[in-house]
Design a binder for this molecule. Structure first.
Ligand code: FNR
Length: 367
C-alpha cells in the first residue's frame, strides 16, 4: 500500500513517465580544460542562503515511508543546508516540526473550503498555526481541485487510515514487528488537520469529511490566502505561463512549476517542458522552483539552465526516508550535492550562475 501510494502516478502514468523522458531530451554542453573548480552551489531564496538548490517537496503521510516521517526529513534538510516544505496532510503537525528543528521550514497549504457553508475556518487555523510555528514561506497547492485518478492506490486499498480487517489482524499477530507497525499506523494520519496538533481520529475524520478538495477552486481563493499570509508565498502546481503571470500579478512571491509528480492530470506536460515558457514570461520577477522527475544532479543542472532558481524533490527523499530515516534523507541530499558539483566540473563550469539555455543541446536521441 505504501509503495503504491508513494511511487504511483495517475491513470496510465503518461505524465509520470514524461517527467523523466523530458530530462533525457537535453544533453549538456561541456568545455574541456576550463580551469574551474566549482565548490559553491548555494542559492538565495527569500533572503535565506541555501547551501544547495534542492528543497524537499511536500508529501502527505510521510510516516508511511518511515515512522519518523516529516520530522526526520526536515532535520536532514537543514543539516544539508536546505529546507523542507511541510505538507498540509503531514504525519507530523506544524508545531512538532517547529519544536524538533533548528531552522524555519516552509509550509504547504491546500486551500480547502467547507463546500456547504463556504467556511474557511480550517484553512485560517492552519495559516495561524504555520505562522505561530515560524514557517518562513507558504506554498499554496492549486493542482488538486479534485484528487487525480490513482488507480494503483485504489487497487491496494490506500485510505486515510488503514482498515484493520480480521485477516490483517491475524497476520499482524503472527508477525514479530506487529508493535512497530501498529505504532506506525497511529502516526500515519494527517496530524496537521487536527487543531492544536492533538490526536483523536474522531476529530480528524469529522474535519476531513467537511473540508475536502474543492473543485470550484479559483483565483479568489488564492487572493484570500494572499491577504491572510504576510511572509513569502508561492503558487505550487503551475504549468502555464498565463497562470504563472496572473499569480505574480496577484502578489505571489514565487512559482513552483509542477505536475504533482504525475499524480494529478494524466496527460499534463512534463514540468521540465512547461518551464521555459514560464521562465520567459516571468523574466526573473520571482524565483521559480521546478519539481517532478528530478532524480540526478544533471537534472538539477538542466532545470536551472532552463530558468529555474531551484528544484524540489518528492519521491527521491521518501525512498531515502524508507531505507534509513533521517540518515537516509541526508544521504539522498548528499548524493545529489556531489552529483551537481561533479557534473559542473565535467562541464567546465564555475558554478550555477554560469548556466543558461546555452548550456544545453537539444538531443532527442539521449535515452
Ligand atoms: C506528493 N505531492 C504533494 N504535493 C502537495 O502539495 N501536497 C501533498 O500533500 C503532496 N503529497 C504527496 C505525496 C506523495 C507520496 C508524493 C510522491 C507527492 C507532490 C510533491 O510535492 C511533488 O510535487 C512531487 O513529488 C514531485 O515529483 P517527484 O520528485 O516525486 O518526481
Amino acid at each position: 500500500m505504501a509503495w503504491a501510494y508513494i511511487d504511483g502516478g495517475s491513470e496510465d502514468q503518461l505524465t509520470l513517465r514524461a517527467n523523466r523522458d523530458a530530462f533525457a531530451r537535453y544533453s549538456l554542453r561541456s568545455h574541456v580544460l576550463s580551469g574551474h573548480k566549482p565548490t559553491d552551489i548555494g542559492v538565495d531564496l527569500f533572503g535565506t542562503r541555501l547551501d544547495l538548490p534542492i528543497l524537499l517537496a511536500p508529501t502527505g503521510f510521510s510516516a508511511l515511508a518511515h515512522w519518523t516521517g516529516e520530522l526526520a526529513a526536515a532535520r536532514a534538510a537543514e543539516k544539508a543546508g536546505t529546507r523542507a516544505i511541510l505538507s498540509t496532510a503531514a504525519s507530523y503537525s506544524p508545531e512538532e516540526i517547529a519544536q524538533g528543528t533548528e531552522q524555519d521550514h516552509w509550509y504547504q497549504l491546500y486551500p480547502w473550503v467547507n463546500p456547504a457553508t463556504g467556511d474557511r475556518e480550517l484553512v485560517s487555523s492552519l495559516l495561524r498555526r504555520a505562522e505561530r510555528s515560524g514557517f518562513a514561506a507558504l506554498a499554496i497547492t492549486v493542482d488538486v481541485p479534485v484528487v487525480g485518478n490513482r488507480e494503483g492506490e485504489r487497487r491496494v486499498g490506500m485510505g486515510l487510515r488503514p482498515v484493520v480487517t480480521p485477516g490483517r489482524l491475524a497476520s499482524a499477530l503472527i508477525r514479530p514487528k506487529w508493535t512497530t507497525n501498529f505504532l506506525l499506523h497511529r502516526r500515519v494520519g494527517a496530524r496537521a488537520l487536527v487543531d492544536g496538533g492533538g490526536t483523536g481520529s474522531a476529530v480528524r475524520s469529522a474535519r476531513v469529511q467537511h473540508y475536502h478538495m474543492r473543485p470550484e477552486l479559483n483565483w479568489d481563493d488564492l487572493a484570500w490566502v494572499r491577504d491572510n499570509w504576510q511572509k513569502p508565498m508561492l503558487i505550487k502546481g503551475v504549468l502555464d505561463p498565463d497562470d504563472a503571470q496572473r499569480a505574480v500579478d496577484l502578489g505571489l512571491d514565487g512559482v513552483i512549476v509542477s505536475n504533482h509528480g504525475g499524480r494529478q492530470l494524466d496527460g499534463a506536460p512534463a514540468s521540465l517542458d512547461a518551464l521555459p515558457a514560464i521562465a520567459e514570461r516571468l523574466q526573473g520577477r520571482v524565483p521559480i522552483i521546478l519539481d517532478s522527475g528530478v532524480r540526478r544532479g544533471v537534472d538539477v543542472i538542466k532545470a536551472l539552465s532552463l530558468g529555474a532558481t531551484a528544484v524540489a524533490i518528492g519521491r527521491p527523499y521518501l525512498y531515502g526516508l524508507a531505507v534509513g530515516g533521517e540518515r537516509g534523507v541526508r544521504d539522498v541530499l548528499e548524493i545529489l550535492r556531489a552529483e551537481v558539483l561533479r557534473a559542473l566540473t565535467l562541464m567546465g563550469r564555475p558554478g550555477l550562475s554560469s548556466l543558461s539555455r546555452d548550456s544545453l543541446i537539444d538531443s532527442p536521441g539521449l535515452r
